[in-house]
Design a protein around this ligand. Sequence first.
Ligand SMILES: [Zn+2]
Length: 121
Amino acid sequence: MLKENEKMHELSIAVGIVDLAEKEAAKAGADTISVIELEVGAVSGIMMDALDFAWPVATKGTILEKAERIIHHVQGKAKCLHCGAVFEIDNLYDPCPKCNGYFKDIIQGKELRIKSLTVND
Ligand SMILES: [Zn+2]
């Protein structure tokens, strides 16, 4: 079961995506969006089931209501600050597999962005 504040987090994210999509569609002079592609990083902090739950609420009555949503998952990657190893991570607290160090730079996987919008004109 999801906690209420977690749902709220994803809802505000979904609302933010709708805002951006509406601005982009307005720039393109489009009335509806048929496909939206999102990139979601493994360590972006987004819970996909919470986003799925929030999506219909956030998009209802908006330009995205009928849009197909395609999610591209982005693998998390980090560089160890101790030994310099670059490794894949699934969550923020994964240690370095080489030296077990916990200090690292996240180099990939924190992104949440709109990759593309397909508009109907
Ligand atoms: Zn290391």
